[in-house]
Design a protein around this ligand. Structure first.
Ligand code: ZN
Length: 261
């Protein structure tokens, strides 16, 4: 029997198309508890986290899945609220301890799950994964077009699958109680998009609009700019694999609306 993870979810009040019902911050363990993703710099949220940490006997440290502001914006305020002496562990965020794939920190194993952001990590404890924005509680993730991002993203999902988790606590949305099915669904979803995209290219589509109209016909308008970002990552992957025809319009990165969520 694997032990249950002593965790509380504290959701920030920053709902939106990318943050869903808000950012999920987690406090894990006691008497040296860990805060995973302090969330946005919202006073009430930071105060709620600090109160939970105090109730659990103080913090061992802060863990960041990635440095986007809806996950990391509250770090300075939380560190200050906890007395200033709490180490921040992250991949890219300028914290105290740099983390990379395979590291152990406390009882957590660190798994690189890039794609949404190049610095993205997931934290694994027993059979539970804290997945940040690598896997969400609902909907799919947008993949940012850094070099190799989509290949890295798919590899990260396979890495999580190999761990055979029984539960995923995501950065947004509800807990995932059937992680293996969710991971399969995510991988299948990406490959299905790629198939649709290749079909559209084969049919002669070359502009961003035409490719989105064909391969992303099912999404609401509000998510179309994010789909253009993921389209860019898909086109990069096809280009890396020498499967991209000439003359395809490429989305600009980063787009003007992008504020790192
Ligand atoms: Zn996020």
């Amino acid at each position: 029997m694997t032990p249950d993870v002593d965790v509380v979810l504290i959701r920030a009040d920053n709902p939106g198309p990318f943050t869903l019902t808000g950012t999920n911050s987690y406090v894990v363990g006691r008497d040296g508890c860990w805060v995973i993703d302090p969330g946005p710099a919202l006073d009430a949220h930071v105060a709620a986290l600090a109160a939970e940490v105090e109730a659990r006997g103080g913090a061992a440290g802060i863990l960041l899945t990635h440095d986007h502001s809806d996950h990391a914006g509250g770090v300075p305020a939380l560190v200050e609220a906890l007395g200033g002496d709490v180490p921040v562990h992250a991949s890219r965020y300028p914290g105290d301890v740099k983390l990379a794939n395979g590291d152990m920190i406390g009882s957590f194993a660190v798994a690189a799950t890039p794609g949404h952001a190049p610095d993205h990590l997931s934290f694994v404890i027993y059979d539970t994964v804290f997945s940040g924005d690598a896997v969400l509680g609902q909907g799919s993730v947008f993949v940012a077009p850094d070099p190799g991002a989509l290949r890295g993203y798919l590899a990260g999902l396979e890495l999580l699958k190999a761990l055979q988790p029984r539960r995923i606590w995501p950065g947004h949305g509800p807990v995932v109680e059937d992680p293996m099915a969710k991971l399969d669904e995510y991988i299948a979803h990406r490959l299905e998009r790629e198939c649709k995209l290749v079909d559209a290219l084969n049919a002669g589509a070359r502009t961003i609009e035409a490719l989105l109209d064909t391969a992303w016909a099912d999404i609401p308008n509000v998510l179309r700019p994010a789909a253009a970002v993921t389209l860019a990552a898909h086109l990069d992957k096809l280009e890396e694999e020498r499967r991209l025809p000439d003359g395809v319009e490429r989305p600009k990165w980063p787009p003007s609306w992008y504020t790192q969520s």
